[in-house]
Design a protein around this ligand. Sequence first.
Ligand SMILES: Nc1ncnc2c1ncn2[C@@H]1O[C@H](COP(=O)(O)OP(=O)(O)OP(=O)(O)O)[C@@H](O)[C@H]1O
Ligand SMILES: [Mg+2]
Length: 494
Amino acid sequence: MNNRFSAIQSFDDDLDFEPQSAPAPEAPAEIPVLAEEDTPPLAPEDIPESVKQQKPLTIDEISVKDATPAQQKILDAKVKLHRQMLEEFNLVALEELPRDELVKEIHKFVSDYVAKERLALNTTELEDFVGTVVDEMTGLGPLEPLMRNDDISDILINGPNNCFAEIKGVLQPINIPFKDEDHLLRIIQKIVAHVGRRIDESNPMCDARMPDGSRFNAAIRPITIDGPLVSIRKFKEDKLTLEKLVEFNAIAPQMAETMRHAVAARKTTIISGGTGTGKTTMLNALSAFINPSERVLTIEDAAELNLQIPHVGRMETRPPNNEGNGEIKQRDLVKNALRMRPDRVILGEVRGEECFDMLQAMNTGHEGSMATIHSNTCRDAISRMEQMLGMTGMPMTVASIRSQIAGAVHLITQLTRLSDGQRKTTSISEITGMEGDIIQMQEIFRFKRTGLTEEGKILGHFEATGVRPRFLEELKAMGIELPGEFFEPGVELK
Ligand SMILES: Nc1ncnc2c1ncn2[C@@H]1O[C@H](COP(=O)(O)OP(=O)(O)OP(=O)(O)O)[C@@H](O)[C@H]1O
Ligand SMILES: [Mg+2]
């Protein structure tokens, strides 16, 4: 373990930052910075080996855990029926039928089947049964029951026979009964056609928002090797609140309290983390503490934020059409947003040249703006922003790039998905300014790893580093005083 930390330490030393010395009780080599490998990203190509080796769950095993024997019989019959229908019906022809004819066809088939198998179904149950079969044959096909199941948050498909889902926070292999690759491809086509887009050999990647608000991404041959890759992040109506995140132990109550007041006091915050670490969730949770009288504009690629405040204007980027025209980028939206008299601008994720406009906004009266960024440490988040500013092609020196960042951003919150799947707020750091051309950053809170159980569960706790954030003075002036013990070094926060 020490080797690993010392490796990270030397990596940090390579960067051009000088952390301000904190009265840290331990040697810096102990800082539990989590390496990239601790963040299993939720990308189809990167599913952990241990997960891949589990036996896939069937859809019905997921949806009905405690089925009675009678229910179980119907479920078994449904699986058999579905298989039979996939074999006997011409799916393509079926999908083209008008819905009432389709219902008639399927009704007849199902009634015969129910009679033959002696299933005890009354008329309503039979209608329901036909309804679900119709949905599964048309609509989103076998994805339909997964989309309806609230326990499932992500669906990852690596070709028709290799599928995974995150069920109640745990990634598991599942069996989604696609008939073959063409069947899967047709469902993809249907989803992207719904948003007026197309996916084909010359345009093999597509992002879309599904009718229920879920985020959808597909890539197909020739850029994929084993058939279509699909990733779905399901839309959740009731987002996690900061309170819930504390309850889940994703953040300590003292850290949450500090962040809550920082947001209310318009401290500009960047939320950093890898894929699926909970960045959007945290942004959403923190936004609840924005003063309701403030006007907020949100800018996203696919609208996911669900801010709990009244005065919100929401904007979304638009991809180019099939001729390659009409694209509206985040940068265009940020520029436009500034003409709309916002108090704060919130960017779902800052990825490129819009970073420049975002920092400018933050530097010019839109304090308290927020964004998420894809990076693995707080420092890495700064380096990523430096790179993004470099992408604008403007003649800026490193020093001016850094002073833009240091002037704009006050806090960086780092989220990490540990190797055992737990999501943690692994660091909260404050940017305090520049010294020469070096950005000064100090860590206020961190997650300290203390061990590993035999089952591979990571042990650890949140603690303060002993640095008192500079903005405490500002909070005091606003009549808010955070207890001193929040920031006592080395005390386990809970
Ligand atoms: N602390 C948590 N505990 C359990 N589940 C969580 C937690 N935080 C987020 N989630 C869930 O994890 C999933 C991913 O969260 P979210 O969309 O916020 O991640 P993200 O970092 O924004 O992902 P992406 O990189 O894809 O944008 C969601 O379904 C969310 O509800
Ligand atoms: Mg996100």
